[in-house]
Design a protein around this ligand. Structure first.
Ligand SMILES: C[S@@+](CC[C@H](N)C(=O)[O-])C[C@H]1O[C@@H](n2cnc3c(N)ncnc32)[C@H](O)[C@@H]1O
Length: 275
């Protein structure tokens, strides 16, 4: 993987998550916005935690790309000890505010995920990467390296990444695009959205445009759920891919789910080593 691309994507994230954009992020984050997705997500968070509790009374969680801390907060509330890392200081300011009452149960580090991995000497019962894989150009290499940081019976848990685009049916792709542009119209940002989409189709990534990184996965082919599954299985790790439908607009969210469409996925992978 081109190191320059990785670096640019990481740097652009620092700009992308400024405080002014936080409200926009929530509006653009279907798993935060729609109740049905919040329920699915909440159930998986708890399922992963309950599993970890079977093997460690005090589960240790690493939240990578922790952002403003919605996952970190959930795991702290459940009783875990959490190390939260993110490249954006702005995001972490919100996270610290949100989670301040948990004191020494929380450690926060502002760093690139590659440094989190490089400098790590701990092992974790849960490594969570929520809405994060699509921000990392070499997400497969990252997942591969993260596996060595899992405790025996440890779990990797990711949520809210786009399924590989060419694995979706034409109808789902069309429906997802219509929904996306409809949402853009309601945001009063249709022209901007179309411009960015054309630019990305030409493979151009602007470092000083915060949206480019927030939408960076669009420059690729989604996130390859099959490669992730194969990577874990090849290392003897049980891996479950959970697919569901997700879009920003509430009407299209209900309709897409009703029609049984799927364009987004979660991963729960569990090492099988002895304790
Ligand atoms: C879509 S947000 C998700 C935040 C949080 N996990 C959530 O679900 O609300 C993606 C986060 O990844 C962070 N990020 C992107 N690239 C990163 C990198 N290379 N290293 C660490 N964090 C990164 C961004 O700063 C941002 O906070």
């Amino acid at each position: 993987m081109d190191e320059r691309v990785t670096k640019i994507a990481a740097l652009a994230n620092i700009a992308a998550y400024s405080p002014e954009l936080t409200k926009d992020y929530i509006d653009g984050a279907p798993h935060v916005k729609h109740e049905s997705l919040r329920v699915l997500y909440g159930n998986l968070v708890v399922q992963v935690y309950d599993e970890a509790k079977k093997h460690n009374a005090n589960p240790r969680v690493l939240d990578i790309g922790a952002g403003e801390g919605s996952v970190t907060l959930s795991y702290l509330e459940l009783g875990a000890t959490v190390v939260a890392t993110d490249i954006s200081e702005n995001q972490l300011i919100s996270l610290k505010k949100k989670c301040s009452r948990f004191g020494s149960k929380l450690e926060v580090r502002c760093e690139d995920v590659s440094d989190t991995i490089k400098n790590n000497s701990d092992s974790f019962d849960i490594i969570v990467a929520n809405s994060f894989l699509h921000h990392i150009p070499d997400y497969l290499g990252m997942i591969d390296r993260l596996q060595s940081m899992l405790a025996p019976r440890g779990q990797f848990f990711s949520f809210q990444d786009p399924l590989r685009y060419d694995s979706l049916g034409n109808a789902t792709r069309l429906f997802s695009s219509i929904s996306y542009y409809f949402w853009r119209i309601t945001k009063g940002d249709l022209i901007g959205g179309i411009r960015r989409s054309i630019r990305r189709k030409r493979g151009v990534f602007l470092q000083d445009c915060p949206y480019d990184n927030a939408e960076y996965h669009v420059t690729r082919n989604g996130v390859d759920q099959d490669e992730i599954h194969n990577l874990f299985q090849a290392n003897g790790v049980d891996c479950q891919i959970i697919s569901y439908f997700s879009t920003q607009n509430s009407f299209f969210q209900s309709l897409g789910a009703l029609l049984g469409m799927k364009n987004t996925f979660a991963v729960i992978a569990k090492t099988v080593g002895s304790e």
